[in-house]
Ligand binder design. Structure first.
Ligand code: A2P
Length: 316
């Protein structure tokens, strides 16, 4: 497996398993199968509400000798209702207990957005809290403490723009080591990727296939189909593989990592094996013209009317 190298030389496998939307009852089976197939990078989050089930799978996989802890790279994320200084460590402790682990390889701030303590997902503007009240610098300082304590081997962020990365990096003792963002040929974010590479920040692409299986109320109408982009299909024919594999090979070829979600054994295997497909620098360059700056995960749930958050502020 190709890897992304962190500042201390730790290696994160380039293709990982996405676990968002793994339905209850299927997450266990999918993760056991994924580990048997050779997945070593597993992407989790408290918000996905399946960490307990995944924790049982991790426990059993290790107990039955399928894998050892040191060979796994497990990522999880701090949810928006736990950004205050005193909430960050307990949030990670909950995740660690759920996943049955004593450290996490990479812990990320899930969004640069704060919601009220007792809210899981906002139903209106009254559930949102401004960053003036709980600044990202406060949350980041608490993340640094987790790294100091060894509870998180690495710390980073998700859904951060260059502006937000610069904001928290400015006075950071430990600069962010990773930024997980939506990424696929329709949302290439080349400037963000270049900034991250120049600053030693590993980029992971979520929703590489556009997360078609997410709930309808999160979707915009008339979403494009990434697996049907003609240029991707042409490359799939040329490299004798599937369009999904071309998207993953593109992500890895440009120096990012990708976390496709699947609960299907055939697709799990196909996705993992995509790392073997090498796209040339020219093929990656040619795909730049496909970019539409199109987001599937728009973040409009944070930018409701009257909210302290705007889409421009989030992504701009
Ligand atoms: P399934 O879980 O049944 O395999 P994303 O990673 O962008 O969130 O997309 C996940 C969606 O893509 C799921 O519906 C998943 O279905 C599907 N999927 C995963 N791998 C592939 C693949 N290799 N080819 C086509 N669809 C895939």
């Amino acid at each position: 497996m190709k890897t992304l190298t962190f500042r201390n030389n730790d290696q994160m496998p380039a293709i990982g398993l996405g676990t968002w939307k793994a339905p209850e009852g299927e997450g266990y089976k999918a993760l056991r199968e994924a580990i048997r197939l050779g997945y070593r990078h597993i992407d989790c989050a408290h918000l996905y509400m399946n960490e307990k089930e995944l924790g049982r799978a991790l426990h059993d996989a290790m107990a039955e000798g399928d894998v050892s802890r040191k060979d796994l790279w497990i990522t999880s994320k701090l949810w928006n209702n736990s950004h205050k200084k005193h909430q960050v460590k307990p949030a990670l402790e909950t995740t660690l207990a759920d996943l049955q682990l004593d450290y996490i390889d990479l812990y990320l701030i899930h969004w640069p957005v704060v919601i009220k303590d007792d809210v899981v997902f906002p139903s209106g503007v009254e559930d949102l809290v401004s960053l003036d009240e709980v600044p990202l610098e406060e949350t980041w300082a608490a993340m640094e403490d987790l790294a100091d304590e060894g509870l998180a081997r690495h710390i980073g962020v998700s859904n951060f723009s260059v502006k937000r990365l610069e904001q928290i990096s400015k006075n950071a003792r430990i600069k962010p080591e990773a930024n997980q963002v939506e990424g696929h040929p329709y949302l290439q974010q080349n400037d963000l990727l270049d900034y991250c590479k120049a600053n030693g920040i590993a980029v992971t692409h979520y929703s590489p296939f556009g997360s078609k299986d997410r709930p309808e109320h999160f979707k915009m109408g008339d979403e494009p189909e990434l697996l049907e982009i003609p240029e991707i299909i042409a490359l799939a024919e040329k490299h004798d593989c599937s369009p999904a594999q071309i998207i993953l090979a593109w992500a890895v070829g440009r120096g990012a990592s990708a976390i496709p979600k699947s609960v299907n054994p055939v697709r799990l295997k196909q996705n993992l094996e995509a790392y073997k497909i090498e796209l040339s620098a020219q093929e990656i360059e040619d795909l730049k013209k496909v970019d539409k700056n199109y987001r599937f995960i728009v973040g409009k749930f944070w930018a409701v009317e009257g909210s302290p958050y705007t889409l421009e502020g989030l992504w701009g």
